[in-house]
Design a protein around this ligand. Sequence first.
Ligand code: AVI
Length: 329
Amino acid sequence: MLKQEFGCSTLTDIPFVAETIMPEPFLSDMIHALADMPHALSPKYFYDEEGSRLFDRICEQPEYYPTRCEMWVLRACASDIARHIGSHAEIVEYGAGSLHKIRPILDALDGPAHYLPIDISGEHLAASARMLQEAYPEISIAPLIGDYTGHLALPEKPTNVKKRIGFFPGSTLGNMHPREALRFLRMLRTQLHGGALLLGVDLIKDPAILHAAYNDSQGVTAAFNLNVLTRANRELGADFDLDAFAHCAFYNAPEHRIEMHLMCRKPQEIHLDGRCFRMSQGETLHTENSYKFTIGGLRTLASEAGFVPATVWTDPDRMFSLHWLDAPE
Ligand code: AVI
């Protein structure tokens, strides 16, 4: 894949490597979502600027426990995690966002490390990397802009790096279909050959807790879900009537997943790219799955991908888990 070196002097002095990012096929995916039955759209379209801001707010909602519980585990177990990582490691964070979750690990590490955060949102990554570099001048930070779910070529390991450790927190693995999750883990297994993966996943629990987490009382998750239609109206020239859709999220127990949908509250016509699509009352656009795991189930999946599951850390209520998965030579 083509790579480009550039300096972002206004945002940071850290040199960046950018993958050439193909434009996302939002229009064709939305046309398929409206034409096909059942209607389904990838959750990746949630994350425009407003969607990313709303997601950060979701993480602060009292009902949305995953971020809080994962941060608790990262802080409480940081020295043990740092011992697993060892010195002179390169940490590659997939979908790094605001670079908050790496901090407790960097605080606990003994010996300089390289940190390679990967995210598709270049500006946000640049600003976050600059702040992190100021706080940790002894760590070399080399952000990479790109889509980590595609076949992204990582730069060569620096010569003083002993091993490469992947970090994939936030239970983002749960937003992939199990088939896709296995394919993705196999790709990470190849990239992390000789190192390990530190993976955060949400655990199966009382459906009432899950339901509350995706139906917060402030309506932030609802706004996050509906924002994808606002984005389609703005970017694709669609004419979704926002008042005619309602946020709907529920736990599908047999599938072990939260499903998010946008439910049509009255019959309507949607015009997009010169076509007209009809939705009837009660029909839904399926916008996200968020799979929940058992510890055993995750370890089986990781083994199928070629990892050797080792230590597992959880919070005291076993809401969320962090897995150390070895990727032997
Ligand atoms: C990013 N991802 C792990 C979140 C989740 O919980 O599945 C996205 C989200 N959707 C609604 N609330 C949060």
